[in-house]
Design a protein around this ligand. Structure first.
Ligand code: GLP
Length: 258
């Protein structure tokens, strides 16, 4: 895994945006896998800036979001549909028909999840997947004990995740209990993955994901099995990494690598 330790969240976001730009420059019709949560907000702001100021073009891009709460309609302010439109899609020139987000209001979730997987395949697979990490080490909504081979399906959220996400809702009772989420197996099929994390509250999860054993108890640790993952993390979230000095050394030496 490539590990880039940024000075702060802003630098993390700018670094991740440059990776997205590189992918889009090489393949203007790339398929992006997108995440929600507070972590990628700065990345989306930076992509919007690149679109406005540098002409970064999304006209041929297709996106698949990782997950969505079950039961929230698309226009609910805490739905991930709403989040993505507010924070990215309405500010760039992406074609609405190229946007895929799990439908939390489907009345046939099994059929929907199978269709979602099939659409990813039909679009050629995900070229670049953006990920955040939950404080319990989850990616998307793959809570501890999720199969590392799992596919898109309904998951019951962990109580910790419900507590973490309660800050976005009027009260904890309003946080949905279920979500439709890509599986760990789905995520691992992306050609390239960027894992983002910032803040001291992510330090334990980041250390477990990057340096701990591969275990379904920390679903982000499955990323160790993927051949092209870049973790872009800020100093605070890198604080518990045992090999932190080595990662910084590698970053410095990469510049002149043969
Ligand atoms: C949610 C999302 C994840 C996200 C995580 C962390 O549970 N399903 O995709 O990575 O929250 O969120 P935040 O970035 O707000 O800490």
């Amino acid at each position: 895994m490539e590990i880039i330790i940024a000075d702060d969240a802003d630098q993390m976001s700018r670094t991740a945006a440059r990776i997205v730009r590189r992918v889009l420059n090489a393949k203007p019709n790339a398929v992006l896998g997108l995440a929600t949560g507070s972590t990628p907000l700065g990345l989306y702001r930076e992509l919007v800036r690149m679109h406005r100021e540098e002409g970064l073009d999304f006209s041929q891009v297709t996106t698949f979001n990782l997950d969505e709460y079950v039961g929230l309609p698309k226009n609910h302010p805490q739905s991930y549909h709403w989040f993505m439109h507010e924070n990215l899609f309405r500010h760039v020139n992406i074609a609405p028909q190229n946007i895929y987000i799990p439908l939390g209001t489907t009345d046939n979730s099994a059929a929907f999840c199978a269709w979602y997987e099939e659409r990813i395949r039909q679009c050629g697979g995900i070229d670049l997947q953006i990920l955040g990490i939950g404080s319990d080490g989850h990616i998307a909504f793959n809570e501890p004990s999720s199969s590392l081979g799992s596919r898109t399906r309904i998951k019951t959220l962990a109580q910790q995740t419900i507590r973490d996400n309660a800050r976005f809702f009027a009260s904890i009772d309003q946080v949905p209990i279920y979500a439709i989420t890509m599986g760990v197996g789905t995520i691992l099929e992306a050609k390239k993955i960027v894992l983002l994390a910032n803040g001291p509250h992510k330090a334990d999860a980041v250390a477990a994901a990057i340096e701990g054993p591969v275990t379904s108890m920390i679903t982000a640790s499955a990323l160790q099995l993927h051949r092209d993952v870049t973790a872009v993390i800020d100093r605070d979230s890198a604080a518990q990494l045992k090999m932190r000095d080595y990662y910084v050394w590698v970053q410095e030496k990469m510049v002149d690598a043969p």
